[in-house]
Design a protein around this ligand. Structure first.
Ligand SMILES: Cc1ncc(C[n+]2csc(CCOP(=O)(O)OP(=O)(O)O)c2C)c(N)n1
Ligand SMILES: [Mg+2]
Length: 501
């Protein structure tokens, strides 16, 4: 729900008779158990549910919630009592594919047309407009439409931490990541000077807005959400589905009327730590960027990775998956399994490019879901997993208790992990790489087994326990001076964000 991701959760239940009789079947809660308790509990975490109690309506109910899942881009549930699986339905129910297109009524068309007219007039009347692209564009399947729009506009384009990879970051109009006061030098000044910002698919949580430090006035914004368009803080058009809206906007704009904007020239972002052999946070994200290739699916796990990777300029056509709003550690590893199986399937069945799945996770996060390595190995998935071994919860050390033992994690033997989860001794040799210096990192990522993997690759990257990306420390610093002092006492080198009122 929080991240607006499509999930179809199929939940088995006790038989309808047991439900009626409130039998004390194992896994129920309490005496006289309500067998719908878990169903009821999930109400705030879904947009639709099919409670399959009646076989006559079950096929239509399943189709209804699958459609809801796609149209609303959010989780749905299908509850299947165990006795329902023996019921029969007509095979013809499968004849017609489920309609996953966005609703198109006359009222919606009218709203979209009126919104397009208003957006176009605002753009034509502006002097130095810009575009800010955020992750809900991708979650609502509107990446292609966004690309069409920015190609047409040819004005400066920015992304957010979570919205990276949607537009081409190597395009001359792409400026960088806007994260409020926690942006690279000059960047926030450049975008905040725009008299009109088209904000697409915004997810305005703290970790995606530099702790709410964006200085953008509503009267300078056209806010295009998955379902509404608001013009400069005044008029809101409802029922504007983002996908058809952006597609139509891109085709209806008249290029000659869009103002020509001089691209802001920003100071180069200097890399630091070049003199040390050690692998540092300021070095690794740029280096990982040059490892990436078009069509890769890249996961930045919550931790230093999610805050470091926004420094990387991606090649074209990267799918960037991170979830720093909900921020549940352990997400990246099983999600990467799903992504890699999907990439293989889409390649085999539709001829899509077989991109690679690249995961950058932490030694803490991966411990929550490491068993999925077993599924990866068993199913011949082949993600490249970079495990940042910094001896614990480094992000949490920066937040509080740098030396407290609750931020330590059990030091695993990562090489043995692949073996434990089912890879043969022989294969493990070509699939595990432990790197402690920049040189070793370079050697590992130059190997063909890593660049073009045939099975799971694990690169254990050893880094200092107190090394953090500047963006993370600045993010934490938005919480106030006392927090900065605590970080500095612990030895962190904090780049203070300038928080204007
Ligand atoms: C399920 C869950 N538990 C706890 C947290 C709090 N938390 C956020 S990041 C983090 C530590 C991540 O450590 P690691 O993966 O090693 O990344 P590092 O910062 O060290 O690179 C923790 C415990 C969370 N976000 N989600
Ligand atoms: Mg760690």
């Amino acid at each position: 729900m929080t991240e607006q991701v499509k999930i179809i959760h199929v939940v088995g239940q006790t038989s309808r008779k047991m439900q009626r009789n409130r039998k004390m079947i194992h896994h129920s809660v309490g005496f006289d158990p309500d067998h719908q308790l878990y169903n009821k509990t999930s109400r705030n975490f879904r947009v639709a549910a099919a409670e399959l109690q009646n076989i006559d309506t079950a096929p239509a109910e399943i189709e209804r919630v699958i459609r809801e899942c796609f149209v609303k881009s959010a989780p749905v549930y299908i509850f299947v009592p165990i006795d329902m699986v023996n019921e029969h339905v007509l095979l013809s129910a499968l004849d017609n594919p489920i309609d996953l297109t966005m609703p198109r009524t006359a009222a919606i068309e009218q709203s979209i047309s009126a919104a397009i007219e208003a957006v176009a007039s605002a753009i034509y009347a502006s002097k130095n407009p810009a575009v800010l692209v955020d992750c809900l564009v991708q979650r609502h399947n509107s990446t292609a439409e966004t690309k069409l729009l920015v190609d047409k506009l040819k004005i400066p384009v920015y992304s957010t931490n979570m919205g990276k990879g949607i537009v081409n970051e190597t395009d001359p109009n792409y400026i960088g990541v806007y994260n409020g006061a926690i942006s690279t030098p000059g960047l926030s000044i450049a975008i905040e000077a725009s008299d009109l910002i088209l904000v697409l698919g915004s997810l305005p949580c703290d970790t995606n807005t530099g702790g709410f430090s964006r200085k953008v006035r509503p009267e300078n914004v056209i806010d295009i959400t998955p379902t509404t368009v608001t013009i400069q803080g005044k008029t809101t058009f409802k029922d504007c589905c983002i996908k058809p809206f952006l597609a139509k906007l891109a085709t209806s704009l008249i290029s000659q009327k869009v103002p020509k904007v001089t691209k802001p020239i920003l100071p180069p972002t200097a890399e630091t730590d070049l003199e040390t052999d050690a692998i540092t946070q300021s070095w690794i994200w740029h280096r990982i960027a040059s490892f990436l290739r078009p069509h890769d699916v890249v996961f930045g796990e919550t931790g230093t990775a999610a805050f470091g990777l926004p420094d990387a300029t991606f090649p074209e056509d990267i799918t960037w998956i991170t979830q720093t709003y909900y921020g549940s550690i352990g997400y990246a590893t099983p999600a990467a399994l799903g992504a890699d199986l999907a990439l293989a399937e889409l390649h085999a069945e539709k001829g899509n490019p077989r991109g690679r799945t690249v995961v950058i996770t932490g030694d803490g996060s991966i411990q929550l879901t490491i068993q999925e390595l077993g599924t990866m190995i068993a199913r011949n998935a082949r993600p490249i997993i970079f495990v940042i071994n910094n001896a614990g919860y480094t992000i949490e050390r920066a937040i509080h208790g740098a030396d407290h033992p609750y931020n330590d994690v059990a030091p695993y033997n990562w090489q043995a992990a692949l073996r434990l989860f089912g890879m043969s001794e022989e294969q493990t040799k070509g699939c595990f790489h432990r790197v402690t210096t920049k040189q070793e990192f370079e050697e590992a990522v130059a190997k063909r087994s890593v660049t073009d993997p045939e099975r799971v690759q694990m690169v254990e990257v050893v880094m200092d326990r107190l090394d953090c990306p500047w963006r993370l420390l600045s993010q934490i610093a938005t919480r106030g001076e006392a927090v900065v002092k605590e970080m500095e006492r612990a030895g962190f080198n904090v780049r203070r964000p300038v928080l204007k009122n």
